[in-house]
Design a protein around this ligand. Structure first.
Ligand SMILES: Cc1cc2nc3c(=O)[nH]c(=O)nc-3n(C[C@H](O)[C@H](O)[C@H](O)COP(=O)(O)OP(=O)(O)OC[C@H]3O[C@@H](n4cnc5c(N)ncnc54)[C@H](O)[C@@H]3O)c2cc1C
Length: 445
């Protein structure tokens, strides 16, 4: 058993980071990937001279260890551009800066007034709650859900004009069915003076965790995955089809079986559970409670003109089929032929993630982009690429935390470390996936 390898399932960033770490520590590993190419969500497609990712993937690295790994050990230092974010919201026919709550300048005056009044009242209510004697400070019923958090934190104006419609559109479930545990750095919470300043004047400075990002000079975000792939060995086109935890053995689509000392899985938790025939009923029930949204990613390459100077735009209004649109050629000019540009739009399919007709959906997106003024009716679309991403965002509903703990505890007791965005069933970034892979490798060694 001691000499048996660590088996790693899935060659996305988490699986490859785990393999890289084990290789560095001279521990034997075997890495298996279902697809014909590593990278998972971090892939890029080249169509007619345009490069498209599976929607915008911008790299933020806050840990020194991950920066050193990616830039130095993988040798990608010179391959990235450092870019300052230009992100906006399109609503009421105008563009305002991101985040909405701190930049209402430019919206119709009535909307700005409603947002400010609500925000000021929310702060007063908060202060009154804090001043109440201990034991009487409990808020209204249901305050743990995302909708009531939004109302309590930002007030009804910001909630009505952005936070509620945008989040309902993105997640495909009403915010009242969600918890707040995922938000962390993802939902900026400006103070009163920032909100007031942002209502009175345009504030071009970018703030928050994603104010700057790294993006490959050329080749799209897959450059990052290729950096890992060059340093690890993976068996591609080899799908895990069964995991026997008692025999510590995994079986694959090519008929092979491998015994493992430890298993690191970056597969979606639900997939992994379905591969374990002996899984207890309580773990299966927990798995059935997990939900995630799907996304349809629609990309166009536009010939002969620059359609936007922005990086990405949040689109809260329901009349547009997508919740966000972005512009690869502004991440790096090499993403489109000279003098041309490219756009992606993200259409949420919600937790049901129905199969939609990609051509019809793409046409609706094109019309939406025309209505927004991004595309013109006469624009020549020189390249198209549409991708269905069945697992895009984890839905943080009240069942998630307990279900994830139940499944991961069971797996851990049986020698399996479940890691990465889907193995942790969480809203994580590329850096998080890399870091989780490293941690899993260290725990398995
Ligand atoms: C729409 C969208 C936008 C995003 N934007 C950003 C961004 O701007 N910045 C950022 O930092 N992060 C972003 N992310 C997050 C980022 O993509 C992920 O955190 C990261 O890629 C997850 O890597 P992973 O290895 O954990 O999972 P994955 O990339 O999902 O890798 C899992 C691997 O397992 C393989 N697999 C599945 N089943 C099997 C099987 N049975 N046998 C063998 N292999 C199997 C899959 O093919 C895949 O390669 C975004 C994600 C989405 C969905």
């Amino acid at each position: 058993m001691k000499d048996e390898p660590v088996v790693i399932l899935g060659a996305g960033l988490a699986g490859m980071a785990a393999a890289h770490r084990l290789g560095k520590r001279r521990r034997p590993y075997l890495l298996f990937e279902r697809e014909g190419r590593p990278g998972g969500l971090v892939r890029s497609e080249r169509v007619a001279g345009y490069t498209f990712d599976y929607t915008g993937h911008l790299l933020h690295m806050k840990r020194r260890e991950t920066r050193d790994l990616v830039l130095k050990e993988l040798g990608l230092e010179g391959r990235f551009l450092a870019v300052q974010r230009r992100s906006f919201i399109f609503s009421k026919g105008v563009y305002t800066r991101y985040p909405f709550q701190a930049n209402t300048f430019g919206l119709p005056v009535d909307v700005v007034r409603e947002c400010l009044e609500g925000f000021v009242q929310a702060r007063l209510d908060e202060a009154a709650r804090a001043a109440r004697p201990a034991g009487r400070s409990k808020g209204p019923a249901g305050e743990g859900n995302f909708e009531s958090w939004i109302l309590r934190t930002f007030g009804p104006g910001i909630a009505r004009h952005f936070m509620l419609p945008y989040n309902a559109k993105l997640w495909g479930v009403p915010p009242r069915e969600m918890t707040t545990e995922w938000m962390g750095r993802f939902v900026p919470q400006p103070g009163l003076s920032e909100v007031l300043r942002g209502a009175l004047q345009d504030r071009p400075e970018a703030t928050g965790y994603n104010a700057h990002f790294l993006y490959p000079r050329s080749g799209g975000i897959e450059v990052l995955a290729r950096g890992f792939a060059a340093k690890v060995e993976a068996r591609l086109n080899t799908e895990a089809v069964e995991v026997d935890l008692k025999a510590r053995q995994a079986r694959f689509s090519d008929g092979s079986s491998v015994r493992f000392r430890r298993l690191i899985s970056s597969l979606p938790l639900k997939t992994l559970v379905s591969l374990i025939p002996a899984c207890p009923a309580r773990v299966r029930r927990a798995s059935a409670r997990l939900r995630a949204t799907g996304v349809l990613n629609v990309n166009f390459g536009v010939a002969g003109r620059n359609i936007s100077d922005k990086h990405w735009i949040y689109v809260p209004e329901e009349r547009f089929p997508f919740y966000r649109a972005g512009f690869y050629h502004n991440f790096s000019p090499a993403m489109a032929p000279r003098g041309c540009s490219s756009v992606y739009a993200e259409v949420s399919l919600g937790p049901a993630s129905p199969r939609v007709d990609p051509a019809r959906a793409a046409e609706k997106v094109r019309r939406g982009l025309i209505e927004m003024g991004v595309l013109k009716p006469g624009d020549r679309i020189a390249a198209r690429f549409t991708a269905h991403i069945p697992g895009a965002y984890v839905v943080y509903d009240p069942h998630r935390a307990a279900a994830v703990a139940e499944i991961r505890d069971y797996l851990r007791e049986n020698g399996v470390l479940s890691t990465g965005r889907w193995g942790s069933w969480e809203y994580g970034s590329m850096e998080d996936a890399i870091w989780q892979g490293i941690e899993a490798a260290d725990q398995s060694a």
